[in-house]
Structure formats: structure tokens, C-alpha cells
Design a protein around this ligand. Structure first.
Ligand SMILES: Nc1ncnc2c1ncn2[C@@H]1O[C@H](COP(=O)(O)OP(=O)(O)OP(=O)(O)O)[C@@H](O)[C@H]1O
Length: 254
């Protein structure tokens, strides 16, 4: 059933009044969020602010105690995560798991195969690669992985593995991608490289990102929502929220 366009016509995902408690402790409290199509929307906040809980609620990995979620005009508050993924909401990195014993090219082939609707699983053979060769190699180029095509994914350096996770996520041509701390564990050089990869996708996809690296948030985000103690403390451009004294206090307080 189509819902009235809460959040405006350009909104792709809206949540209203999202609330979730654990054993009497409210981790996410009455959160409203509106994600505009083809923007990068980051969720930041001090440790324990409720970012992961919100992320899990939006991707339907957690049930809300209250509130509703609307995706492209449809109420998805109770939609199972797998169905939401089929509707174009793809979450890294849990869904786009990397298979360590497959090569990088074979890993990219898996989601492409799913997308193309091929019935049989050919990923151990060369059949898949020849059928989807051009697409595989275009994706590998796009994500800086061409020279690693024949390397087993498990042997990739950490930063390249993150690039592969992104490649398999974006291979599914999602309308909305949710990235959970894409810079976690990366060294400075890899942070720049992975941020470049995400920046290259921005504008043609909608990206929601939970991220601790504020430099990356500043560079990539159109909108930033700041959570503190489970509630929305501030929202706006990075410059706007960074200039908000309550945001500074929340970070210093932690
Ligand atoms: N499954 C759970 N059971 C009990 N408490 C939980 C659970 N998940 C989260 N919490 C609590 O909810 C609060 C918010 O946690 P959450 O992981 O969402 O915060 P976060 O902002 O992602 O933190 P971090 O930046 O440290 O990852 C924390 O106090 C946490 O201990």
C-alpha cells in the first residue's frame, strides 16, 4: 500500500518515532530520520549513542518497539530483511559476504549472477566469468581491483578486501546502500582510497553511513544526523552540525 510521501517527494527512506529498548534500557528513542534520494547521509555520535541499533532497525535486522519505516512510499516497518534487500536496500557487509577461497573476480561474479537471474551456480567454474566477463571487469576496474582479479579474496590486503566488499555490494545495483563503519580498521592510505570509492558512487546512489571518521563524514556527506543517548541531537550539513555547541559538548562529554 502506498503511503503519503512523508519527508517530501525526494525522500527515499523515512523513519518516524523509531524506538528500541534492551532490558529496559532505551538505545534508540523516538528517532525521526529522512534520507533524500541520491545523497550521502551519515549518522554520527559518541560511543553508545545508538548508531548501530538505528542501523539495524533501518535494515530490519532488529524489530522496533515503536515507530515506522517507509521506503519509496511503502511501509516496510515489518518487512523481513531479505525482502527489503530484494526491494533494493542493500546493507554492507553482512549480506555481501566475501568468500575467502574464491578469487576476487569470482566474488564479484556471485552478486552479478544473482542479479542476472542465472539459475545454476557456476561460480566454481569459468562459465560464470565468461557469461558476465565484461561486467565483472568493469566492476573490478571501478573498485581498483583489476590487478587482484585472480587472487583469492582471503589473501587480499585489508584495504583491498574492503574495496571488494564495496564492489560486491554495489554490484547488486542497490537503490539504497547502508554502510556500517566502512573505514573501521583501515590505515590512512586505505581510508583515502575507500572514501574515493564511496565518493565515486555518490550522486547516482543513496548511501546511509554510520561512521566514526569525521574527516570522511565531512568529505562525503550531504546530511549528517547526530545521535546522542539514543536521540537525534542535531541534523544538517556537516558544517552546520559541527558548529552546534551541543554536538561538541556531546563528544567532549564522552
Ligand atoms: N543487544 C543489546 N542488548 C543490550 N544492550 C544493547 C544491545 N545493543 C545495544 N545495546 C546498548 O544500547 C546502547 C547503544 O548501542 P549501539 O551499539 O547502538 O551504540 P553505537 O552508537 O553504535 O556505539 P559505538 O559507537 O560504540 O558502536 C549501548 O548502551 C549498548 O550497550
Amino acid at each position: 500500500m502506498n503511503e503519503p510521501a512523508i519527508g517530501g517527494a525526494a525522500a527515499i527512506l523515512t523513519a518516524r518515532g523509531l524506538t528500541r529498548s534492551f532490558s529496559g534500557f532505551t538505545a534508540v528513542k523516538n528517532v525521526d530520520i529522512t534520507v533524500q534520494r541520491n545523497t550521502v547521509h551519515s549518522v554520527i555520535g559518541p560511543n553508545g549513542a545508538g548508531k548501530s541499533t538505528l542501523f539495524n532497525l533501518l535494515t530490519r535486522f532488529l524489530e522496533p518497539d515503536a515507530g515506522r519505516i517507509v521506503y519509496r512510499g511503502e511501509d516496510v516497518t515489518r518487512t523481513p530483511p531479505a525482502q527489503l534487500a530484494r526491494q533494493g536496500v542493500v546493507r554492507s557487509f553482512q549480506i555481501s559476504a566475501v568468500f575467502p577461497h574464491l578469487t576476487v573476480a569470482q566474488n564479484v561474479c556471485v552478486p552479478l549472477q544473482r542479479l542476472s537471474g542465472l539459475q545454476k551456480v557456476f561460480w566454481r567454474s569459468t562459465a560464470c566469468l565468461s557469461a558476465l566477463d565484461d561486467k565483472v571487469h568493469a566492476l573490478l576496474r571501478q573498485f581498483g581491483l583489476s590487478e587482484w582479479a585472480d587472487t583469492a579474496a582471503g589473501e587480499l590486503p585489508y584495504g583491498r578486501k574492503r574495496a571488494l566488499e564495496l564492489a560486491t555490494t554495489f554490484a547488486l545495483e542497490p537503490d539504497l546502500v547502508l554502510l556500517d563503519e566502512p573505514m573501521a580498521g583501515l590505515g590512512t592510505e586505505d581510508v583515502h582510497r575507500v572514501a574515493d570509492l564511496i565518493a565515486a558512487q555518490a550522486g547516482t546512489r543513496t548511501i546511509v553511513m554510520v561512521e566514526h571518521n569525521l574527516k570522511v563524514v565531512e568529505r562525503l556527506s550531504d546530511t549528517v544526523t547526530v545521535l546522542c543517548r539514543g536521540e537525534v541531537l542535531a541534523e544538517g550539513s556537516y558544517a552546520e552540525v559541527a558548529a552546534d555547541s551541543r554536538v561538541l559538548e556531546a563528544y567532549i562529554g564522552h
